[in-house]
Every structure is written in structure tokens, then in C-alpha cells.
Design a protein around this ligand. Structure first.
Ligand SMILES: Nc1ncnc2c1ncn2[C@@H]1O[C@H](COP(=O)(O)OP(=O)(O)O)[C@@H](O)[C@H]1O
Ligand SMILES: [Mg+2]
Length: 356
């Protein structure tokens, strides 16, 4: 049945009304920020309110929209329901400014690497969860970094287990010690545990939302090159392992052949790209794969983003009116030849049928 074949567009994301979190990830420079911005623009057309957040320390939502953003959600110029913010997961950790907790966290970080970052990521997710947006688009950092953050629930859980074990072993002694040295109540293991228990609730809540395909999906951005294919496969496998839904791949910067390309270099690149595009389709036959053209210029500013967004909802078709008159005439003669060949083939087929 035709409806079983995934459509080559991101329409499915726009139609999934239950979605709350859309994560956009991939290698650096492939077009994550551009795609996040455009997805948020498209979502703003169908959802009540949209927030796009950059969690990549190398922020560039500001570049894409040509507007300065901060860690406070700001209305994007020209929209009434689209907001943007840029957060740095590491710096946000400063919000846990309670000294006891901070000292404790750094201790914990030594024991379990990445726990501080994971914690601030969880805090950020908790914060945005309290904000009243219909859907949030996350422009994430390059793959390796993102994968680390996605592990955060298990990282933190491991941390908790370690602390629990410590408490059971040494809890009594530690409490005595804090009293002995007059360190005050906030240093007691019970207080620490209380805080950790609080975190555990946040983690569990975030984790539940993370793993619910009705609420959360991950969009993989890539380009038709070996390294990007390889990295996408790693990303998809990790997402599967973490039970995070992913069923969209966007292949960006595609060169299309139909434009009477003359350049040998371009022709070679197109051939190479096609090889990897074929592999994408083979590997991810149950994904929605959206192909986007490589543009001659950057995609900067709301107008350019809006214009580019059309290729997200309906597959790109090279503009046939482009090119010189000669090129068009050449293309027409090629098409005529192909038509003749097809006619001949049809005739042979029909003859064969009659003879049989
Ligand atoms: N299809 C495209 N054609 C031309 N330029 C593009 C295309 N997609 C993205 N760009 C440009 O490439 C640069 C990198 O894109 P960006 O979205 O910032 O990548 P990332 O966030 O993955 O690092 C930006 O200047 C952007 O405008
Ligand atoms: Mg970016």
C-alpha cells in the first residue's frame, strides 16, 4: 500500500500533534541550526507556541535568525508565537549555587565523570518543562556531545547508587563527623541524599518524557558523505539503545543532477553523493528521508529560512527554467530522444504480446 512508504518530507513531524520535544542532531556544520530554525518556523504555523533552544556551546541561532538571543526566551522578530533561547548546559550548572551541593557535586563528578553536565542538562529540561510551549525544538551540539547527554539518566542513576551504597556503609560515621566538625546540617549525608532524591525525581520525569515516542522524537541531520553516514548510523543505534524515538533523516547539501551540470568536479561529487544517498535509503527504509539542495548561498535571516522551508514539506525539484536557452534546448532534445526510445520500447513490447 502506498501509505506504508514513508514520505520524503518532515510533514509527519508537523502532523504529530502530541509532540512536545523535537531534538535535532548530527555532525558539526551539516546544518543542525538551520534545520532547527526551519522546523521551529514550520511548527509555529501549526502549533500554538514554539520554543527553539540551542544547547550547542557554539551558538548560532542568533546567526540563523539574525537576531541576538540569550538564555531567556525571546520572541523571534516577525512572529507572534515563536521564541528562541540559547543555553550553555555547562554554565547553567551555576544555578545549583548551594555551596554544599556544589562541593558535593564536584566530589560526585570525580567519582562519575559527566554527572555535573548531565545534572545541568536535566535541570535545563526541568526548567523548560515548566514553560508553557506547545512544542520545543532543541538544536543540539555535535553527535558525541549529544550522546553523552542522552546517557545522563543512567549516569545520574549510577551516581545515586554509588552514594546510596556509601551512605549505607559510612552514613553513621559521616553524620558524626559533620557534627563533630560543626559543619552544619546542609553537609549531613541525609541532606545530601534528600537533594539527590529530588534530582532522581527530575531525572525519572525527564526520562519518561524522553522515551515516549508520542512526546519526543529525534531528527538526524546529515550530508551525503561517508563520515556523515557512519556517524548517523552510530547516532541511530545509540538512540535505539536509549529507547529514544527517531524516524526522520534529513540529508542536507544535496547536489541535484538535473540542472545540466557541466563541471567535471560537480559531476563527480554528484556521483559520490548518490552512492551515499542510496545507502541512506537502503539502511533507513522505514525512516522519512528528506533531501535538501545545497544552495549557492548561506541560509541567513527569517526570509531565507522561510524560503528554504518549502523544501522541508514538499520534495525539492530543480527549477527547469533555470539555465541558458542553449541548455534548455539541449535538455529538450535529450528528452525527445528519450521519448523516442520509450516509444520504440513500448512498440516492441506490444508486438511481443501480440505474437505470444
Ligand atoms: N542546504 C544548504 N545550502 C547552503 N548553505 C547551507 C545549507 N544548509 C546550511 N547551510 C549553511 O551552512 C552553515 C552551517 O549550517 P548550520 O545549520 O549552522 O550547521 P550546524 O548547526 O550543524 O553546525 C550555515 O552558514 C548555513 O547557513
Ligand atoms: Mg549549530
Amino acid at each position: 500500500m502506498a501509505t506504508d512508504v514513508p514520505e520524503g518530507s518532515v510533514r509527519n513531524i508537523l502532523e504529530q500533534e502530541t509532540l512536545k520535544w523535537v531534538f535535532v542532531g548530527g555532525k558539526g556544520g551539516v546544518g543542525k541550526t538551520t534545520c532547527s530554525s526551519i522546523l521551529s518556523i514550520l511548527l509555529a504555523q501549526v502549533r500554538q507556541s514554539v520554543l527553539v533552544i540551542s544547547t550547542d556551546p557554539a551558538h548560532n541561532l542568533s546567526d540563523a535568525f539574525q537576531q541576538r538571543f540569550t538564555k531567556i526566551p525571546t520572541l523571534v522578530n516577525g512572529f507572534s508565537n515563536l521564541y528562541a533561547m540559547e543555553v550553555d548546559p555547562k554554565v547553567e550548572g551555576d544555578d545549583l549555587s548551594d555551596e554544599g551541593l556544589d562541593g558535593f557535586l564536584s566530589e560526585l563528578t570525580n567519582a562519575i565523570p559527566g554527572v555535573d553536565e548531565a545534572m545541568s542538562f536535566a535541570e535545563m529540561l526541568k526548567l523548560v518543562q515548566t514553560m508553557d510551549y506547545s512544542v520545543i525544538v532543541f538544536d543540539t551540539a555535535p553527535t558525541g556531545h549529544t550522546l553523552r547527554l542522552l546517557q545522563f539518566p543512567s549516569t545520574l542513576e549510577k551516581g545515586l547508587e554509588k552514594v546510596m551504597a556509601l551512605k549505607n556503609k559510612f552514613g553513621g560515621i559521616m553524620n558524626q563527623a559533620t557534627r563533630l566538625f560543626g559543619l552544619g546540617d546542609e553537609f549531613s549525608t541525609d541532606a545530601m541524599l534528600g537533594k539527590l532524591e529530588g534530582m532522581k525525581d527530575v531525572i525519572e520525569q525527564v526520562n519518561r518524557q524522553f522515551k515516549d515516542p508520542d512526546l519526543t522524537t529525534f531528527v538526524c541531520i546529515c550530508i551525503p558523505e561517508f563520515l556523515s553516514l557512519y556517524e548517523t548510523e552510530r547516532l541511530v543505534q545509540e538512540l535505539t539503545k536509549f529507547e529514544i524515538d527517531a524516524h526522520n533523516i534529513i540529508i542536507n547539501q544535496v547536489l541535484f543532477d538535473d540542472e545540466a551540470v557541466e563541471s567535471k568536479l560537480l559531476k563527480a561529487r554528484i556521483k559520490m553523493q548518490q552512492k551515499y544517498i542510496d545507502q541512506f535509503y537502503m539502511l533507513y527504509d522505514d525512516f522519512h528521508i528528506t533531501k535538501l539542495p545545497l544552495l549557492p548561498e548561506e541560509v541567513c535571516g527569517v526570509q531565507a529560512l522561510r524560503k528554504f522551508s518549502q523544501h522541508y514539506v514538499s520534495p525539492y525539484k530543480p527549477d527547469l527554467t533555470r539555465g541558458t536557452l542553449e541548455e534548455v534546448q539541449q535538455r529538450i532534445s535529450i528528452l525527445k530522444l528519450q521519448l523516442e526510445e520509450a516509444k520504440l520500447e513500448l512498440e516492441t513490447l506490444q508486438k511481443g504480446k501480440q505474437d505470444a
